[in-house]
Design a protein around this ligand. Structure first.
Ligand code: PXG
Length: 452
């Protein structure tokens, strides 16, 4: 970027920051050069709205980054966080503990499918998925099958940005600068032309799970640790699983002694209209990952939820009882302030029956978002629960430009939506009203008509 930011037209928002301040922050997953020319800065949030530093109210069309389903700045959570940080700000997570993490683990076990009974805490989705991968490999080694190290992910899968996650992930753009990471192969994605504009689960495509059989033939099950998928791909543009697809994956994993890992960083804790995608789609994995919604985004926290048998295997092979059975963990694993936020957030989620609310309103959201069919450049729309992805026709030679332009137009109109790849994502808070859904869809529709 140029040395002197004055070369950029200054927007009102950037007046709150000095040039040096704006320059110093290398932002994540952001076009830094464009952003610093035209900063988009939020200063506060309440309910389903953000307020920008220049005082504009902006509807939150993605619940933060799929994090804030309960709405922003819930008093129950901020009060729990304030109390906790003032009473036990930090507690060593290794060899010592504090009660909140045990209470939160118990609550997570209650909300996730039966037989997922052990919870290991991390600080983010990326750490969660890398923890799950290590847990899977270590499990096989402890079972006397050390050859089972390879992972099978899925094309278009997103599992965060650490080396394990980009290895099993299937988004080339996220990996091309950094090289191959863990040893992984990939089954095909589930986007099929016959499924365009499907509502909910697409009819066609369960057979795509059989590609896993092909990879087992190629690599042999004795070399494969686990299959890793999002039950519904979020980041790739909301790709709900074809009917019967996840069940077929489960059957193939069982037949070949492969662990099945569901990455539920987006689908977990309400967005699918159930506490987990596993529950909603009727398929139970061996390991399930959570993050984001677990604290309603108020504190960084992730959780790996595993079958009891995996934990028991580590314990059985752990040697004398003073020995560490799983040499893994983070300084901030089970951070007390994050656990306090998690307990408060899950309490609100349950008390207000928000997964049930999402389920009850998902039909309304579905019909609203599918009204965009026929709007300029819209090539496909997919949805499930409170998640929708809209694919846009590519600008010649610039497949990523149109979603970016749409996102900026929506922002000008007071609506935050997420763009990524050639799609735009919508994921309103679980507490959204029908009128707010309508105004979001109207704004996206208007913005589509205004695109060049
Ligand atoms: N797994 C899944 C399924 C995710 O969606 C991660 C892992 C990584 O989580 P962390 O906390 O390390 O970011 C994610 C994150 C988007 C978007 O635009 C999605 C994510 C993050 C930011 C934006 O869809 N997903």
């Amino acid at each position: 970027m140029p040395d002197n930011l004055e070369e950029y037209p200054n927007t009102g928002a950037s007046q709150t920051l000095s040039e040096a301040e704006l320059r110093a922050h290398w932002m994540p997953f952001t076009g830094n050069r464009q952003f610093k020319r035209q900063p988009r800065l939020f200063s506060s949030a309440e309910g389903v709205y953000y307020t920008t530093v220049d005082g504009r109210k902006v509807f939150d069309g993605l619940s933060g980054l799929w994090t804030c389903g309960l709405g922003h700045c819930r008093a129950e959570i901020s009060e729990a966080v304030s109390r906790q940080v003032a009473s036990l700000d930090y507690s060593p997570g290794f060899q010592y503990g504090h009660p909140l993490s045990f209470k939160l683990a118990h609550k997570v076990v209650e909300l996730t499918p039966d037989c997922l009974d052990q919870v290991f805490f991390t600080d983010s989705g990326s750490e969660t998925i890398d923890t799950a991968l290590k847990m899977a490999r270590g499990y096989w080694r402890n079972r006397g099958l050390p050859g089972k190290t390879k992972f099978i992910g899925r094309v278009k899968g997103y599992h965060g940005v650490n080396y394990g996650g980009i290895g099993v992930g299937g988004i080339g753009f996220n990996r091309k600068l950094f090289g191959q990471a863990v040893d992984a192969d990939h089954i095909p994605h589930t986007v099929l032309p016959e499924n365009t504009f499907s509502k909910g689960l697409p009819d066609a495509g369960a057979y795509l799970a059989d590609e896993l059989e092909e990879l087992v033939l190629l690599h042999d099950a004795s070399n494969i640790a686990a299959v890793v998928v999002e039950p519904m791909s979020g980041t790739a543009g909301v790709l709900p699983p074809p009917k019967g697809y996840l069940k077929r994956l489960r059957e193939i994993c069982d037949a070949h002694n492969l662990l099945l890992i569901f990455d539920e960083v987006i689908t977990g804790l309400g967005r699918m209209g159930a506490y987990t995608g596993a529950e909603e789609f009727g398929v139970t994995p061996d390991i399930l990952t959570l993050a984001k919604q677990i604290t309603n985004g108020a504190q960084p926290l992730g959780a790996v939820v595993s079958k009891q048998e995996i934990y028991d295997t580590y314990m059985d092979q752990g040697g004398p009882d003073y020995m560490v059975e799983f040499p893994h963990g983070y300084t901030y694993s089970a951070h007390p302030v994050a656990c306090a936020a998690g307990l408060a957030a899950l309490d609100v989620l349950e008390r207000e029956k928000l997964p049930q609310r999402v389920k009850a309103m998902s039909g309304y959201f579905e019909q609203a978002v599918h009204q965009l069919k026929g709007a300029p450049y819209v090539e496909d729309i997919r949805n499930y629960g409170f998640a929708a992805g809209i694919s846009l026709q590519h600008c010649p030679g610039e497949p990523l430009r149109r979603p970016f332009e749409l996102g900026l137009k929506c922002f000008e109109k007071g609506f935050y939506v997420r763009w990524g790849g050639d799609t735009v994502q919508l994921a309103p808070a679980f507490v959204v009203t029908e009128e707010q859904i309508d105004s979001l869809i109207n704004a996206v529709g208007e913005a589509l008509h205004e695109l060049p």
